[in-house]
Ligand binder design. Structure first.
Ligand code: ZN
Ligand code: ZN
Length: 352
């Protein structure tokens, strides 16, 4: 099969022929129809998040079940599916409680094993991790859900408990951030969006943000947000992942506010100096959000089916697998063009 592979960190990935994956006993092999290009893949490629080499990246996938392991109960060849980027083992106490996103024996396509920049990808624990796609949700849209859109959805609902009329501050308007803006607006919140890229702020406004703060022009972002929101945001999210943004997010909250860390903090100097004095005196809540388990997808998919959420609007470019290497390599530059999704739908004529 064709796959995008890199042999060393930072070395340009190549599209080449590799052996087809074997089907895990409790898992499936999925014929990939679409796969998102995400900054997490870029982090792994740069060596911030070690993987075994050579490596196939890609973790935001949608496709069709191509083969099924012997012990799989609920899935059959031909099913249209997506998966969370964190796949639970399916047998530990966390998975059995529906919390596969923190499974100690988790697998992650594109990180702990081969990913979805390929015609076929193996997925473990199918009965725990596969999500059935409604017919109305196409593969490119489904690939754009995970990890960024799903991460933003769970960050704002499960952790942030964002309510209608509340203020949401979104720090960083990349894939997770713009998803958070769209979801926040759909939930009836007032959104203030922060970025240093004017084009990203424009995009946030067009998605319904009530206010924007240019982090490059304002000295104290947190103070600017507290002013705009008349006392601070009820919920604030670091959607990019940097110590500076994490601290600004916490400082932009009102009393009893909730900060959610969704952007990954990787690499050197990645631990934010969270002001715990404020956390105590203002009873702030600090959450980490690690994707979304398959169990929680139906609620989000229902809002996509009825048109409340429109993740397809966040897709900027649809490219071919032969363009994926170049797209991955440019993830170090912030872009307001929207998510890039690789489509493989036409590359395997006669299949799927
Ligand atoms: Zn588990
Ligand atoms: Zn991702």
């Amino acid at each position: 099969m064709k796959a995008v592979v890199y042999d060393d960190y930072g070395r340009m990935p190549q599209l080449r022929d590799v052996p087809e994956p074997e089907c895990p006993s409790g898992g499936v092999v999925i014929a990939v129809k679409a796969t998102g290009v995400c900054r997490s893949d870029w982090h792994a490629w740069k060596g911030h998040d070690p993987v075994s080499l050579p490596h196939i990246p890609g973790h935001e996938l949608a496709g069709v079940v191509a083969s099924v392991g012997a012990s799989v109960r609920d899935w059959a060849v031909g099913d249209r599916v997506t998966v969370p980027f964190v796949c639970g083992c399916g047998v530990c106490s966390w998975c059995l409680a529906g919390e596969a996103q923190v499974c100690p024996d988790q697998t992650q396509p594109g990180f702990t094993g081969p990913g979805s920049f390929a015609e076929l990808v193996p997925i473990h624990g199918a009965d725990t991790n596969l999500v059935r796609l409604p017919d109305s949700v196409d593969f490119v849209t489904a690939a754009s859900l995970g990890c960024r859109f799903a991460t933003a959805f769970r960050a704002l609902t499960t952790h942030g408990r964002l309510g209608s009329g509340e203020w949401l501050a979104v720090h960083g308007c990349g894939g997770v951030g713009l998803s958070a803006v769209m979801i926040g607006v759909a939930l009836g919140a007032q959104v203030v969006a922060v970025d240093v890229n004017p084009a990203a702020l424009e995009r946030a406004s067009s998605l319904g943000a009530s206010a924007v703060v240019d982090g490059g022009a304002v000295g104290d972002v947190a103070a600017a947000i507290r002013e705009v929101t008349d006392g601070g945001a009820h919920v604030s999210i670091d959607a990019f992942g940097s110590p500076e943004l994490a601290v600004a997010s916490v400082r932009s909250l009102r009393r009893r506010g909730r900060h959610v860390q969704a952007g990954l903090l990787l690499g050197p100097k990645s631990t934010p100096p969270i002001p715990m004095d404020l956390v105590i005196s203002q009873e702030l809540e600090i959450y980490g959000s690690h994707g979304m388990p398959a169990r929680d997808y139906p609620a989000m998919l229902a809002l996509i089916e009825d048109g409340t959420l429109r993740p397809a609007d966040l897709v900027g470019h649809v490219i071919g697998l032969d363009e994926a290497s170049a797209a991955l390599a440019t993830m170090d530059h912030p872009s307001a063009a929207g998510m890039t999704v690789v489509s493989l739908d036409d590359s395997r004529p006669g299949e799927g």
